[in-house]
Design a protein around this ligand. Structure first.
Ligand SMILES: [Mn+2]
Length: 266
């Protein structure tokens, strides 16, 4: 099938009245020939099972913090806002997907959901709990369309096949993956040693990244290549080159998005 239908998990506002998803996801998937579908919350297991049967792939989007009780910890004062209904739906769906062959891509919170379902845990706040001599700022102050730090990809991994040895990524997270879940192989790291991406051993496509490729793909073809790899795994035949051209990316931004380590040339 050349037109995969891909379910997106939604955010929920604090008043619990609106579901939302960033348009960047829909635009990326549409331009790669896929059809994005917004998933509901409050769907019982039988309904979620129907979606798992019907759709060709699932994208777990970014958002707030997951309730730490799901990884066996009390909620620390430095944890952020929690959405109980979203937690319940995403953890149920993700667990269900583990026993299916359907491809799963997790972004930021979505990556953390994957790790929790596999039995891993999360730093509830990086500056508080991930203490290192060599810290990297993971909560960037420049707009999200600019990369903030480098990640190194492990040779032989799926992420390495997409990005090569190194990628520049944005960073909009105060939490991070700590102990890895069973079989979840860490394949991307920032310079401080934090895990920024992982893939499930033996799965068709079960990949999570800590950064936000949906905010970068318009100017960085490597980030579009990640969505293209996912859409291919879902049965699509994306033409990532023309998709990126269609987005009308500015050369100026492209240069910005390809910095080199160390002091940049001006
Ligand atoms: Mn980061």
């Amino acid at each position: 099938m050349a037109t995969p239908w891909i379910g997106l998990t939604p955010g929920l506002n604090q008043e619990e009245t609106y579901l939302s998803v960033r348009e960047d996801f829909c635009q990326a998937l549409l331009s790669l020939g896929a059809r994005p579908v917004l998933l509901p919350l409050d769907a019982g297991e039988d309904v979620l099972h129907d979606y798992v049967q019907k759709l060709d792939g699932f994208l777990f989007t970014g958002g707030g913090d997951v309730d730490p009780r799901y990884f066996g910890q009390p909620c620390r004062p430095w944890s952020g806002a929690i959405s109980p209904r979203r937690d319940a739906m995403e953890l149920t769906l993700c667990r269900m997907l583990l026993s299916s062959e359907k491809p799963v891509l997790g972004i930021c919170r979505g990556f953390q959901i994957m790790n929790i379902v596999l039995g891993g845990d999360i730093y509830q706040d990086i500056p508080k709990e991930f203490v290192t001599e060599n810290p990297v700022a993971h909560h960037q102050l420049q707009p999200a369309r600019y990369p903030a730090h480098a990640v190194v990809l492990s040779p032989g991994s799926r992420l390495h096949a997409v990005f090569g040895a190194e990628a520049w990524v944005n960073s909009l997270h105060h939490q991070g993956v700590n102990r890895m879940g069973a079989g979840f192989l860490p394949t991307a790291h920032s310079e401080d040693g934090l895990c920024e991406g992982a893939e499930l051993t033996g799965a068709r496509f079960f990949v999570g990244v800590q950064w936000h490729p949906e905010r970068l793909w318009q100017s960085d073809p490597a980030q579009m290549a990640l969505f293209a790899d996912f859409v291919s795994a879902c049965g699509g035949r994306p033409d990532k080159k023309s998709a990126c051209q269609k987005s009308g990316a500015a050369t100026f931004l492209r240069k910005q998005l390809r910095p080199t380590r160390g002091r940049p040339k001006l």
